[in-house]
Design a binder for this molecule. Structure first.
Ligand SMILES: Nc1nc2c(ncn2[C@@H]2O[C@H](COP(=O)(O)OP(=O)(O)OP(=O)(O)O)[C@@H](O)[C@H]2O)c(=O)[nH]1
Ligand SMILES: [Mg+2]
Length: 295
């Protein structure tokens, strides 16, 4: 059989996490229309006939300021050096007058991918959004930058060409005696970690301006003692949303707690789907000016 590690890298917001979720058929990575949603590396294991792909979703690569962002970028870059195959995602679509401009940041990421020396696949994401005729100029612009092993346009939203992408990656991972992970392993994320992320996703989706970037979430309690099988199981989760300023705390709580309630209701619905049982979710908000600077 074949099995190997794949790093999904690219600028923020290009659709890395959406792709991972699509491949796994399960939402293990949170997704939002805002850049810098993913903050850690997330493993997702895909099993096909005689092939296993261990895919790392990574934080979007960007010019980082601040400790948290520097770590995010470090994670993305170091993952490149640890895998068998690099999958760089760039978005489909052309600019004004059909021109394709490869931004400075993307060019830098291409250089990092080249420097890794790994076989590199260029995935052109969100093809559902771009007219067909814009694909060729995009491919042409990127072909000049690196000797890609393969270029695959795809849509993680509709699933178009995702099979192609999988086949391409499967060709590039090494032969192996046995899989890297047992077949029942889906991710390295503990459920309590995913729970924290589901809450953070709702904070990102429901608040604006700086709050999505200023917020972190920690789960204090993940009590499974009433999680029997069947319909009546219950997981009790208690989580804290950390923000950096008192004014941000007010916004996250909202008038008479309305915002926090909205966040909690949406996060709970997602968690009940994920965990397959009832979820009792208790949320707190705490100001911690320096939470994002602490390792
Ligand atoms: N139309 C369309 N939208 C997509 C597709 N894939 C992702 N998106 C949207 O693009 C936005 C960003 O998606 P993410 O998966 O969070 O992007 P990411 O690359 O993981 O972003 P970071 O974690 O911030 O680096 C979300 O609003 C997604 O719904 C796609 O194939 N088609
Ligand atoms: Mg992401």
């Amino acid at each position: 059989m074949k099995s190997g590690f794949v790093a999904i890298v690219g600028r923020p917001n290009v659709g890395k996490s959406t792709l991972l979720n699509r491949l796994l058929g399960e939402k293990i990575a949170i997704v939002s229309p805002r850049p810098q949603t993913t903050r850690t590396r997330i493993l997702g294991v895909w099993n096909g006939p005689d092939v296993q792909l261990a895919l790392f979703d990574t934080p979007g690569l960007h010019r980082a300021r601040g400790e948290l962002n520097r770590r995010m970028v470090d994670v993305g870059l170091s993952t490149l050096s640890e895998v068998d195959v690099a999958l760089l995602l760039v978005e489909s679509g052309t600019g004004p007058q059909g021109r394709v401009e490869v931004g400075e940041a993307t060019a830098w990421i291409v250089r990092e991918v080249a420097r890794s020396g790994k076989p590199a696949v260029l995935g052109i994401s969100k093809m559902d959004r771009a007219p067909r005729e814009s694909l060729l100029p995009v491919i042409a612009a990127y072909k000049d930058l690196h000797a890609w092993t393969e270029v695959v346009p795809f849509s993680a939203l509709t699933g178009e060409n995702v099979d192609d992408l999988l086949r391409t990656l499967a060709r590039l991972v090494p032969e192996s005696e046995q899989p890297l992970f047992p077949p029942d392993v889906l991710t390295d994320q503990a459920e309590r970690q995913i729970a924290a992320e589901y809450v953070r996703e709702q904070v990102i989706l429901k608040t604006r301006e700086e709050i999505p970037y200023a917020a972190g979430v920690g789960v204090e309690e993940f009590d499974e003692s009433e999680r029997e099988t069947g319909q009546h199981g219950l997981v009790r989760i208690s989580a804290t949303v950390f923000v950096e300023r008192e004014s941000q705390k007010g916004i996250v709580i909202g008038k008479r707690g309305a915002m926090l309630k909205e966040i909690g209701t949406a996060a709970r619905a997602g968690l009940e789907r994920l965990l397959g049982c009832k979820v009792y979710l208790q949320l707190h908000v705490r100001v911690d000016k320096r939470w994002s600077e602490r390792p």
